[in-house]
Write a protein that binds this ligand. Structure first.
Ligand code: FMN
Length: 203
């Protein structure tokens, strides 16, 4: 599939087959994904690939996100869509593997009276680490889709990050996102894209 079609056809998958993903397939996806650009070429991401008993414990922790996310989802989406997402949080769609993407934990102080220069200076390292990790994650999503695998980029688990980090024995990293990965058991329609996002200047 050409890259344009791959980008358009990748979907967030919230229901997975009860089927293992070979470690070699995961390793190849992650190694290729790490050719993502990274600010100052730091590549300071860490990826935890979690399956088995630890994955079950992780999923149980993430199920607690429901109570924090419900009011937000109910405000933003029609009831049916909010319920599908809340149901998905209960077991992450049965995905056999969950990836956790981390960056170094960097303390940041932001106050409303800061100029943008002072603010950027304060949050520089955290911002560039997060943006770089996002490039890595998009690569993972696309490479997985190219292998017939489904994924769902998730930041909601950050609500329960402390419990996740305790389980994983992590104290010096910050969670960027969790990504369930597995063979899809659904073919969701593409949510429509919004127009009016590009301004052509000087054309
Ligand atoms: C930064 C980011 C965070 C997201 N967090 C969640 C999440 O916590 N839970 C979830 O179900 N989907 C999450 N998504 C997936 C979006 O809901 C999804 O990408 C969007 O609805 C468009 O659907 P598509 O990915 O199928 O094109 C996230 C996506 C991004 C980029």
């Amino acid at each position: 599939m050409d890259i344009n079609a791959l980008i358009r056809e990748r979907r967030s998958i919230r229901k997975y087959q009860d089927r293992d993903v070979p470690q070699s397939v995961l390793a190849k996806i992650l190694e290729d994904a790490m050719w993502a650009p990274s600010a100052i070429n730091r590549q300071n991401w860490q990826i935890l690939v979690v399956k088995g008993e630890q994955k079950e414990k992780l999923v149980d922790i993430i199920a607690n996100v429901n109570k924090y996310y419900k009011p937000l989802l109910e405000k933003m989406f029609p009831e049916k869509i909010a319920n599908i997402t809340l149901q998905y949080f209960r077991n992450m769609g049965g995905a056999p593997v969950v990836l956790l993407v981390y960056v170094p934990k960097i303390p940041v102080e932001i106050r409303p009276d800061m100029s943008s220069m002072v603010r950027f200076h304060s949050e520089h390292d955290r911002v560039i680490s997060f943006i770089s990790a996002a490039a890595l994650i998009q690569n993972i999503l696309l490479l997985a889709a190219a292998q017939g695998l489904g994924t769902c980029w998730m930041t909601a688990p950050k609500y329960v990050e402390d419990q996740i980090n305790d389980l994983m024995g992590i104290d010096d990293l910050e969670l960027v996102s969790a990504i369930p990965i597995g063979y899809p058991d659904q073919k969701p329609p593409a949510p429509p894209r919004k127009g009016n996002k590009i301004r052509w200047i000087g054309f």
